[in-house]
Design a protein around this ligand. Structure first.
Ligand SMILES: [Zn+2]
Length: 574
């Protein structure tokens, strides 16, 4: 790999020397080459983009193309003295200036004096200013004067990672090219090519790790590769790469997320322990978890995740396999937990604890059932209702025939067990089609209910008190109402004016003079019928009991409980 004492870093050794070698910036190369071919080369260019994506390399290739002894062509020859000097950085006509260190007005004045002269033995004097946004305001102003009236023999090439920091006056005088982050497959392909030239044995997985470390920057990826080669030599071991680059083995991430979705807390925490043992930074681990779940989410949410995710085909396949049984919604909820944990870790003294808590929470999250799925299930239940009798609303209605008031038994909270009913589609319970027959005229509870409704229509306030009363007696010309002893309602009802009003309304309701008596009754009062409020509450409780019992016995719910290994159900009436 290395030849003796001098080791040239890969980024320099394999710096692209022609447009065809520029990886991932084809849009820039093509436009520049077209401009050269058509003889319309601007006098100032601005190359923008992240670090290490090829801006300076492109500037040098451009300089060579313009000054090549072979003539201004598509590609530099790279063998003439002009090309070689530019590659070495010794050309007297190409000035490479680092804007970060030569940012003063004097530096720009020197530059202006310098470009007054014709090129010594090239076509153009070419000024390349890297990190041009670092120039001072005065320097920009000095530069602007030159840009406004550039000599024919001068070309400017500016490069910057932060174009928004440039004055508009400068921006408007440059032809701008935006360099993209280099895609992962392109970086991997380039690394593979270099590994071949350097006779290095390395797996695709390791190359992917190295490439990912560069985060879209070819230079950073090559620097990471240098580091790996310095450590491993010509035969690169996967585990060494993972340890060296401080990245978490993707298999471990896959294991942890797999355990998480099967509710295996033991395996999840064991995974964290393993991460900690190798000495990974916990926050970094959390960020990788986030990235991992983002990948899963995208894979489960879109048709062509490969267009969105920076993943190799093999990685994509693996994640596809992992995410098969996860719903996007469930992935998203976990992702939210990790994002929150990551934010908390910035200020925390116990980062591992925070990750562990987030992971445990994520592991124990009850699965959400999407609304549409619920609707589908209800529809299925409705269809099934015609064929199978074991559904709550049918059995309750049939076991509670409306012939006699039944709410004394409701009061004791005894749920009516669902009865088995012959399963013929035709024998649907009559109560579903015919309305329940009221106990009309019996002077019973139904009559009381109708009276309260009547009062409510006339006087809402009177009615609301009566709703809390128990109809102790309802005879011709007499109504006796019981209220809980000591309650506000008893006091309100014992008021003479109240009794007068109720008597008047009772007479209007029954058509005969009716006396109204109000009595206090003890809580837990033996046989007193329930007040409407109590009845409503007791009915609701009973309905809940019945619904819960029916739900527990229903085959679909049983299956769901089996699937999620859970026993708790919360029943809520719709
Ligand atoms: Zn040349």
């Amino acid at each position: 790999m290395s030849n003796g004492t001098h080791y040239e870093v890969l980024a320099r050794k394999y710096r692209p020397q022609s447009f065809s070698e520029l990886a991932g910036q084809e849009h820039v190369s093509r436009t520049l080459q077209n401009a050269i071919d058509s003889g319309r080369v601007a006098h100032a260019f601005l190359f923008t983009g992240a670090r290490g994506v090829g801006k300076t390399s492109t500037a040098r290739i451009m300089a060579k193309t313009l000054n090549c002894a072979e003539g201004v062509t598509h590609e530099p020859c790279n063998v003439c003295s002009q090309c070689i000097e530019i590659t070495k950085g010794t050309s007297t006509d190409v000035f490479e200036i680092d804007g970060a260190s030569n940012n003063g007005v004097d530096d720009v004045r020197d530059l202006r004096d310098n470009i007054k002269y014709l090129p010594s033995h090239s076509r153009y004097r070419i000024i390349i200013i890297d990190e041009v946004h670092m120039l001072s305001t005065n320097a920009f102003n000095a530069l602007l004067k030159t840009l406004e009236e550039p000599p024919e023999h001068v070309k400017f090439i500016f490069a910057t990672t932060e174009p928004h920091k440039l004055p508009v006056t400068i921006l408007s005088r440059c032809q701008r090219f935006d360099f993209k982050r280099v895609t992962l497959p392109r970086i991997i392909a380039r690394l593979r090519e270099i590994a071949g030239k350097e006779s290095v044995t390395i797996s695709d997985g390791s190359l992917a790790l190295i490439a990912r470390k560069g985060d879209g920057s070819m230079r950073d990826s090559l620097t990471a590769f240098d580091q790996v080669l310095a450590f491993c030599g010509d035969t690169v071991n996967d585990e060494d790469v993972a340890t060296l680059l401080g990245t978490i083995d993707r298999r471990l991430l896959a294991e942890i997320s797999g355990a998480l979705f099967t509710g295996n807390t033991q395996a999840v925490l064991a995974g964290v322990k393993q991460v900690d043992l190798v000495g990974y930074n916990m926050r970094q681990f959390c960020q990788e978890l986030i990235e991992h779940f983002r990948n899963l989410l995208v894979i489960r949410s879109v048709a062509k995740p490969e267009e969105i995710l920076d993943l190799t085909a093999a990685e994509l396949d693996e994640l596809r396999g992992q995410s098969l049984h996860m719903s996007p919604l469930d992935i998203q909820r976990r992702l939210t937990l990790f994002l929150k944990a990551e934010a908390e870790m910035a200020y925390a003294s116990f980062p591992r604890l925070i990750v562990e808590m987030a992971l445990l929470k994520a592991t124990l999250l009850a699965p959400l059932v999407p609304v549409q799925e619920l609707i589908d299930k209800i529809k299925a239940l409705e269809t099934a209702a015609v064929h199978t009798p074991s559904l709550p609303w049918e059995t309750t209605r049939t076991t509670a025939p409306a012939a006699a008031p039944t709410y004394e038994s409701h009061h004791r909270g005894v749920p009516t067990p669902p009865a088995a009913i012959p399963a013929t589609p035709e024998s649907r319970p009559p109560s579903l089609t015919a309305p329940p027959s009221p106990t009309a005229g019996s002077g019973g509870v139904a009559e009381w209910g109708r009276f309260v409704v009547f009062v409510n229509e006339k006087d809402r306030q009177l009615g609301s008190v009566l709703e809390h009363g128990s109809p102790l007696k309802q005879e011709k010309g007499l109504i006796e109402i019981g209220f809980p002893a000591g309650s506000y309602y008893l006091t309100a009802a014992q008021d003479a004016e109240f009794i007068d009003d109720v008597q008047r309304l009772a007479q209007a309701f029954t058509g005969i003079t009716t006396a109204v008596k109000v009595k206090g009754i003890e809580a837990g009062f033996g046989d007193a019928p329930l007040s409407l409020v109590e009845k409503k509450k007791s009915d609701a409780e009973q309905r809940m009991d019945e619904l819960r019992q029916e739900a527990e016995n229903h085959p679909i719910i049983k299956e769901v409980q089996r699937l999620f290994d859970s026993s708790a159900i919360d029943v809520r009436p719709l």
